[in-house]
Ligand binder design. Structure first.
Ligand SMILES: Nc1ncnc2c1ncn2[C@@H]1O[C@H](COP(=O)(O)OP(=O)(O)OP(=O)(O)O)[C@@H](O)[C@H]1O
Ligand SMILES: [Mg+2]
Length: 276
C-alpha cells in the first residue's frame, strides 16, 4: 500500500485520446478519401481512467501487450504529453529514458550528447563536466564515446541514455524498455543502479516486457490492456495474470485460425505482440 501523503507521483483518472487524422501525415489522397468515404474522425483513447500513486522508495513495473498504452503513460508522467483528461502531479526532479535516441542528436558525439542531455536535464555547465567522467565510465563505450551517435548500435544508445538519465540522481526515474537492447553486463549494471535509486527513496516507473525484472525488482506492478488498468498490486500476482491472459489470447487465436482453416503457424509470425 502506498502512503497517502508524500507521494512522488499522483495521477488521477488519466486519459489520452489520439486523433489519428492529426498524428498521421495527411496527404491530399487521404483527405479526399476521408471526404468521399465519409469516414468518421479516427479518435481513440490510448489511455483511459488510469490512476496511479507512487511513493518515494517504490518501484512500479508497468506491463501489458504491445499497444496497451505503456509508453503513452510514461510520456504523460514525464510531462512530454498533456493528458486529454485527468490530472497528474509529479513531485521532484524527473529524469528518464523514453525510447532509444529520444533527445539525442545523431550528428554529435557521445560526449557532446552527454553535455546536451545534461543541459536538458537542467544541470549547469560545471555540474555536467563534473559528472562527465562517471557517465562515460558507466556507459562503457570505449573510444566510441567520441564517435557520432549515428554510428551507435541500439544497445550503445541505451547505455549512453541510461548513464545520463541516472547520473543526475533524479527523484523520479522513468524507464521505457531501456534494458531490452542492453547486453547481459549492462543489464546487470543497470539493475544495480535502479536498486540503488529505490534504496535511496527515489521513485521508479519502469515499462518492460521482462517479467523476471518485474518480479524481482519492483515493489508493485500495473497491468495495462487497451489503455485500461486491468490489475494493480503485488508483482507476482500481476505478472501471473498477464501471462495467463497472454496464453489465453494465443489459444483463442489458435482455435480461431483452425476454425477458419488457416495454418496457426502462419499467424504466429504475423503478429508482433508475442513477447513475454
Ligand atoms: N502519436 C500517436 N498518434 C496516434 N496513435 C498513437 C500515437 N502514439 C501511440 N499511438 C497508439 O496508442 C496506443 C498505445 O501506444 P503505446 O505506444 O503507448 O503502447 P505501448 O504499450 O507502449 O506498446 P509497446 O509495448 O509496443 O511499446 C497504440 O494503439 C498506438 O498505436
Ligand atoms: Mg511502448
Amino acid at each position: 500500500m502506498s502512503r497517502s501523503s508524500g507521494y512522488a507521483i499522483k495521477a488521477v483518472d488519466l486519459g489520452v485520446r489520439y486523433n489519428l487524422r492529426l498524428t498521421r501525415k495527411t496527404t491530399v489522397r487521404t483527405s479526399v478519401a476521408n471526404f468521399v468515404l465519409r469516414r468518421p474522425p479516427q479518435r481513440f483513447w490510448a489511455l483511459r481512467h488510469v490512476s496511479i500513486e507512487l511513493s518515494h522508495g517504490e518501484s512500479l513495473g508497468v506491463i501489458g501487450p504491445n499497444g496497451a498504452g505503456k509508453s503513452t503513460l510514461l510520456q504523460v508522467l514525464a510531462g512530454i504529453m498533456r493528458p486529454s483528461e485527468g490530472a497528474v502531479d509529479v513531485r521532484g526532479q524527473v529524469s528518464g529514458l523514453l525510447g532509444l535516441g529520444a533527445g539525442f542528436d545523431p550528428e554529435l558525439s557521445g560526449v557532446e550528447n552527454i553535455l546536451l542531455g545534461g543541459a536538458f536535464l537542467g544541470l549547469d555547465d560545471v555540474k555536467v563536466h563534473e559528472l562527465l567522467p562517471s557517465i562515460i565510465e558507466f556507459a562503457g563505450l570505449g573510444d566510441f564515446i567520441d564517435a557520432p551517435l549515428k554510428t551507435y548500435s541500439a544497445g550503445m544508445r541505451a547505455r549512453l541514455g541510461f548513464a545520463i538519465a541516472t547520473a543526475v540522481d533524479p527523484d523520479i526515474l522513468l524507464l521505457d524498455e531501456v534494458l531490452a537492447t542492453g547486453d547481459a553486463n549492462f543489464r546487470a549494471k543497470s539493475k544495480e543502479r535502479v536498486i540503488e535509486l529505490v534504496r535511496a527513496a527515489k521513485g521508479v516507473v519502469l515499462v518492460t516486457h521482462d517479467m523476471e525484472w518485474v518480479r524481482e525488482y519492483c515493489n508493485r506492478a500495473l497491468l495495462l490492456e487497451k489503455g485500461r488498468v486491468v490489475l494493480e498490486g503485488a508483482p507476482d500476482e500481476v505478472v501471473k495474470l498477464h501471462l495467463d491472459r497472454t496464453a489465453e489470447e494465443a489459444a483463442a487465436r489458435h482455435a480461431a485460425a483452425l476454425a477458419a482453416g488457416i495454418d496457426p503457424a502462419a499467424l504466429a509470425g504475423a503478429r508482433g505482440g508475442g513477447r513475454r
